[in-house]
Design a protein around this ligand. Structure first.
Ligand code: ADP
Length: 382
């Protein structure tokens, strides 16, 4: 078996006696060889830290120009990913917490540290640093592939729309030129083609919106939902007037999220409630609901008095391209609810429907109040 590579240690310690002591502990650890480089001042240490050869860096708390804590903080600020262990002469909680927040993996008290403790601490710090590096790599890869997907979607959508544009303008031109001589059949045909082109436009726009969701976006800005929903209602005014709908809402909270995405959620849900109405004019009510987990999440409901959804489809309607009706009955692309679900999940929430045919529907959704759903952004601009 090839012998394992020795663990490479940078020891930053201004006291030679302490250096000898720590070196003795490292040499006393059975089964692992340590290659130690000693440096006695923080200035030189800051230069050496950025060499990629270190597995671990042990830093004394008391150094000449900077404290060990300052050194760790500076190294982290400048992008060093080497794991640090702080060595101090005293044991107090405050220093321990400070060491961790500066970016150290552990904190050991000199004189109270033996070989076993030192070995365990080094092993843990190295493993943790490797896991963090792997996570950072994956996050960067994910952000890159999201950027590529978004670029791809933009290019494809542009390329798909160009021929549609040619069809539309050619047909318009043709209608203008020959309008008077066109037979009713020909007019019907042109009308059908125009409608199909409009559907294709809507589909491309929805797909693009869906693909863009993957790109890392700022999710934690304050959003006043009351005014956001008022804007949605205003923007849907033509459809509201046409269906003689009544849309009401309770007071809605200010949440942390992305306003553009949350606009899309309310817009899709209210549009659907307007579209899938029964014999009587739509009655739509948007409310903020008291959730049992109100410490962790906000909860909302959008009620309508429409045609309702059969039990067996209440979950499947959130899938891509899932539609329960023919296009000539109700227009649509079948992407709206899939988009809503993805947006809500990006906000750490859930979405579901309660409904029965002929009884109207209620779409419930939650948004997380925590930060755990936020992807670490690899792109500082987003
Ligand atoms: P689209 O509205 O483009 O068809 P969606 O993804 O928004 O696509 O909705 C998927 C399907 O779920 C709809 O086609 C419809 O059958 C059903 N649906 C959605 N919202 C409602 C609603 N408020 N009432 C009844 N059915 C609904």
């Amino acid at each position: 078996m090839p012998e394992e590579r020795p663990t490479s240690v940078l020891l930053v310690e201004d006291d030679e006696d302490d250096y000898i002591l720590t070196r003795g502990l490292l040499r006393g650890i059975e089964g692992t060889r340590y290659e130690i480089e000693w440096v006695d001042n923080s200035k030189r240490a800051l230069e050496l830290i950025f060499q990629s050869r270190w597995d671990i860096c042990l830093v004394d708390f008391r150094l000449g120009e900077h404290t060990g804590l300052e050194l760790i903080r500076l190294a982290r600020e400048r992008g060093s990913r080497v794991p640090f262990i702080l060595l101090t002469g005293m044991s107090d909680r405050e220093t321990a917490l400070e060491a961790m927040s500066a970016g150290a993996s552990d904190y050991l008290v000199k004189g109270r540290t033996d070989c076993a403790l030192l070995e365990r601490s080094i092993r843990y710090a190295i493993q943790q640093a490797r896991a963090m590096a792997a996570l950072a790599r994956r996050t960067e890869e994910l952000a890159r592939s999201n950027r590529e997907l978004e670029q791809f979607a933009s290019v494809v959508s542009h390329d798909l729309k160009s021929p549609l544009q040619i069809v539309t303008s050619s047909l318009e031109l043709y209608s203008i030129k020959h309008g008077e001589h066109l037979s009713p059949d020909a007019r019907l045909m042109i009308d059908r083609i125009m409608k199909a082109v409009m559907r294709a436009h809507a589909l491309i726009d929805d797909l693009l919106r869906y693909a863009r969701l993957n790109a890392v976006v700022k999710l934690a800005e304050p959003v006043e939902l009351s005014s956001l929903v008022d804007t949605v209602i205003e923007d849907l005014e033509p459809a509201i007037a046409e269906t003689m709908a009544q849309v009401t809402r309770t007071s809605l909270p200010r949440v942390q999220g992305n306003a553009t995405l949350l606009y899309q959620v309310f817009n899709n849900l209210i549009s659907n409630a307007l579209k899938f109405h029964g014999a009587s004019p739509p009655r739509i009510h948007i409310e903020s609901v008291e959730s049992e987990q109100r410490d962790q999440e906000w909860s909302f409901a959008v009620h309508d008095n429409g045609i309702g959804i059969p039990l067996e489809h209440r979950d499947t309607i959130f899938g891509m391209f899932r539609r329960l009706h023919r296009r000539d009955q109700y227009p649509g692309t079948g992407i709206g609810l899939a988009l809503c679900q993805k947006i809500i999940e990006r906000h750490g929430g859930r979405i579901w429907a309660e409904s029965a045919p002929g009884q109207g529907s209620t779409f419930h959704f939650t948004l997380s109040k925590g930060q755990e759903h936020l992807l670490p952004s690899a792109d500082p601009a987003t």
